[in-house]
Design a protein around this ligand. Structure first.
Ligand SMILES: C[S@@+](CC[C@H](N)C(=O)[O-])C[C@H]1O[C@@H](n2cnc3c(N)ncnc32)[C@H](O)[C@@H]1O
Length: 270
């Protein structure tokens, strides 16, 4: 079957621009300048739950991180850089929670589904319009995290990397679509600073075991100690802040978390 042509990444967030969401206009509130101020409604941004990440074409990443225009995402970023990354951010709940908790950090969500990314984009625009000088440190972009992370991020740029409730891809033939794998872990280790943290959460025991095994087996990660876990303010957010986390709780499911620190390469003499 021919693959569908997807529009490339939508326009970056501008604090003063009119929101151009194609759907849902009947339910939006406009201020006197015609700017939408209400939060977007998820029902207008529905898309198939699981995509084949290996079949998505027509994404145009930057050729290298230095050509990325981050000021189009974060108006006041200046010489700073993105430090926290939520991979497969879905509807953006974690970004919103992190934004106020870490007001001095720049935080990015990556999402492969275009309508879901549109929703997060509109959600952030709306929050910025209704909360002066807030939510300027979060943004979202559409890309395939399995392919293009080094195009966006320099070596050791990130301090936190989140994988919350990733698509489980149960069938053995689809395990290659899973977002945690030995080869992808090498890329995650590349963009994460020494001491940086990789967080995972899922409600699927098999996926939890899969992620834990592959990350533990990787020489550049070590599990966080119980002291490190109890003093990390992100831990409570893993099971409460995202839309999937809330759904799991609502349905009486189990949350499994596993968190790891990026460590020095044991085979390299420093
Ligand atoms: C089950 S949802 C979880 C969303 C969110 N983290 C949460 O907890 O609510 C997984 C998300 O990852 C996205 N995704 C899957 N593969 C991806 C990839 N290769 N690159 C970027 N996003 C991806 C999916 O489109 C989906 O929105």
């Amino acid at each position: 079957m021919a693959s569908r042509i997807e529009p490339i990444q939508s326009a970056p967030i501008e604090n003063s621009t009119l929101i151009e969401s194609s759907e849902g206009d009947d339910d939006t509130d406009l201020n006197t300048e015609g700017i939408i101020t209400s939060l977007p409604q998820k029902k207008y941004y529905r898309q198939r739950a699981h995509v084949n990440p290996l079949s998505i074409q027509n994404l145009l990443p930057p050729v290298c991180p230095s050509v990325m225009k981050w000021s189009e995402h974060y108006p006041d970023i200046g010489p700073n850089c993105v430090e926290f990354l939520d991979i497969g951010c879905g509807y953006g709940g974690l970004l919103i929670s992190l934004s106020t908790l870490f007001a001095d950090k720049y935080i990015l969500g990556i999402e492969i589904r275009i309508k879901v990314m549109d929703y997060v984009n509109d959600r952030i625009k709306s929050l910025r319009l209704t909360n002066a000088n807030q939510y300027l440190n979060i943004s979202v972009l559409r890309t395939n995290a399995m392919k293009y992370l080094p195009n966006y991020f320099n070596k050791a740029q990130l301090t936190k990397l989140f994988f919350l409730y990733p698509d489980p891809h149960f069938k053995k033939s689809k395990h290659k679509w899973r977002i945690i794998s030995p080869s992808l872990l090498a890329e995650y280790a590349y963009i994460l600073q020494i001491g940086g943290v990789l967080y995972t959460a899922t409600d699927v025991l098999e996926v939890h075991e899969w992620m834990k095994k592959h990350i533990t087996d990787h020489s550049l990660f070590t599990p966080m100690t119980s002291e490190e876990l109890s003093s990390d303010s992100c831990i409570p957010l893993l099971t409460t802040s995202t839309e999937e986390a809330a759904k799991v709780t609502r349905n009486g499911g189990q949350h499994y978390i596993a968190c790891f620190k990026r460590i020095h390469d044991p085979y390299v003499k420093y």
